[in-house]
Design a protein around this ligand. Sequence first.
Ligand SMILES: [Zn+2]
Length: 96
Amino acid sequence: MKSLYRFVDYSIGLDPHAERDMEEMACTTCGDLSGCLPFGETQDWAIQHAAKTGHTGFRQVTTNYHRVVRNDRDLAPQLSVPAVFTPGQVVPPERA
Ligand SMILES: [Zn+2]
């Protein structure tokens, strides 16, 4: 039996159906974590943690989800997001 191989190009981009810009803050002194919170709420957590503990150093991690598509099956522009929308912002219908 013969096999036919061919090269396929892939693209990667932000998953339009996943949450975006989920943040987590970590205290660099004790390692305490804020947990995954919507955009902007990790700063409030850090201020409250500093007030309780006196710890003043923090590391912020932002999480976004990406999706890989085959260029011959999916359109790469579907993954491209010209502006990063944050939770709470109005998302245009074509991206909802
Ligand atoms: Zn701490």
